[in-house]
Design a protein around this ligand. Structure first.
Ligand code: KIV
Length: 256
């Protein structure tokens, strides 16, 4: 798609219901992000996401996806300890979920692991910039690569991931000109989130862009719907109708 100048459309997805909807709407990549731990499980960070949790959600997404590529995030500490553990854990994800690829965070320090996974036949997507599994080391959820030194490191990280065999990479929360430089320097596609318009594709966290997670606001998130409001209104109407005896009516009941 990059070679053909076609933009890649990605969204996070955590269950079969939405997977069917997104797949049917033509989304190219369904990313089962470890953001599920925050968005659906209510945790403060992604750090406590487990392999079991990711396998459960990825298996569900895979059941709902006929055409889209399904990518599963490897959670914190499932790929950093050793290459052997990374292969075992990523292999489990591939075997038990039927997904097409895994994603992991980091640059040069994980390039050897990316190579080891690719060598055993596991497609790997990288993730650079704001890497949420390192949120405490980064001092918070903030834009990365604003200074020359970090920008140069991110460029070298991107090259290292490509050379290690990654097939694509997420660029999260980095200045648009830097994302543009990295995207131009790579043959593999970049998928941006808060990284400007020059990336080869875009990803957003689904409940954020649907306005379902209406407590979360960020400059880079465009809301394409206001589902939280729709849900609140629908549930209030249902509650009122039940309380007032207006639901169920004869049309919802079985006479015999
Ligand atoms: O976990 C996630 O949802 C992600 C995206 C934000 C890229 O990694």
């Amino acid at each position: 798609m990059k070679q053909g100048g076609e933009r890649i459309v990605a969204l996070t997805c955590y269950d079969a219901l939405f997977a069917r909807l997104l797949d049917g709407a033509g989304v190219d990549i369904l990313l089962v992000g470890d953001s599920v731990n925050q968005v659906l499980a209510g945790a403060d960070t992604t750090l406590s996401a487990t392999l079991e949790q990711m396998i459960y959600h990825t298996r569900s997404v895979r059941r709902g996806a006929e055409r889209a590529m399904v990518v599963c995030d490897l959670p914190f500490l499932t790929y950093q300890v050793s290459r052997e553990e990374a292969i075992r854990n990523a292999g489990r994800v591939m075997q038990e979920t039927g997904c097409h690829a895994v994603k992991l965070e980091g640059g040069q320090p994980v390039a050897g692991t990316v190579r080891a996974l690719v060598d055993v036949g596991i497609p790997v997507m990288g993730h650079l910039g704001l890497t949420p599994q390192s949120v405490h080391a980064l001092g918070g959820y903030r834009v990365q690569g604003r200074d020359q030194k970090t920008a140069e490191r991110l460029q070298a990280d991107a090259k290292a991931l490509e050379q290690a065999g990654a097939f694509a990479m997420v660029l999260e929360l980095i200045p648009a000109p830097l994302a543009s430089q990295i995207s131009k320097a790579l043959a593999i596609p970049t998928i941006g989130i808060g990284a400007g318009p020059a990336c080869d594709g875009q990803v957003l966290v689904l409940p954020d862009m649907l306005g379902l997670n209406d407590r979360f606001t960020a400059k880079f998130v465009k809301r394409y719907a206001a589902l939280a409001e729709d849900v609140r209104e629908a549930v209030k109407l249902y509650a009122a109708e039940v309380r007032e005896g207006r639901y169920p009516g004869p049309e919802h009941s079985f006479p015999t």
